[in-house]
Design a protein around this ligand. Sequence first.
Ligand code: AP5
Ligand code: MG
Length: 214
Amino acid sequence: MKIIMLGAPGAGKGTQAKLIADKYSVPHISTGDIFRANIKEGTELGKKAKEYMDKGALVPDELTCDLVMDRISQDDCVNGFVLDGFPRTIPQAESLSAALEKEGKSMDFAIDIEVPDENIINRMGGRRACKGCGATYHIVNIPPKKEGICDRCGEELVLRDDDKPETVKNRLSVYHDQTQPLIDYYNKKNILHEVDGTMEMNDVFNAITAILGA
Ligand code: AP5
Ligand code: MG
């Protein structure tokens, strides 16, 4: 099962991708998480990516595509994967299609989580991410059991650098310009499904599993 999560920043792609990955036993591949791990480790890729991420801009396709193609060619991806945050531009989508086509494969589902911009700013200010395992919470909507501590691994929860209101506004505008056209792209490929992302987290997940099947 090969799935793409589409949706604005803060729509809940990461939250739902983790639930899907657990239920269907496929890896969750988040380009944002991969870049943040590289920033934390101080790699060359991390240094380059940070320049763009801090402004809310996209990391250039040439730094992003090879990384994902390499990741999905690994052994744990044979039964599928959930892509979260990739593709984000038409050229990224085309390079993904081309790489899969070479092996006679194609994506199965593109799930677009719809959340209006007004809801997004509020969600981002309340988001906390785990420094250790990357799990995400919301201080009001999806709080951890113990304030500031990850339920999963016990590490500290922090506000992401790019969740400041002015950066979020820029990320939203980049989303509308460069990523939203993918909705039409995958609609034309007949794999697009839309889900109302303003519902409670479990209801969103139920809507997604109804699409993916048992
Ligand atoms: P990335 O990490 O992908 O960020 P994003 O797309 O901006 O999305 P977010 O992770 O902010 O939101 P999400 O949809 O995952 O929402 P979440 O589940 O956390 O990318 C970051 C940056 O990396 C980009 O700006 C770019 O610079 C770069 N980058 C990454 N991929 C790239 C690519 N392919 N090409 C180029 N550059 C790339 O939920 C948000 C909050 O809401 C959380 O607090 C959560 O707890 C809460 N929440 C979730 N669901 C619900 C619900 N149903 N009700 C209420 N609250 C909810
Ligand atoms: Mg995310």
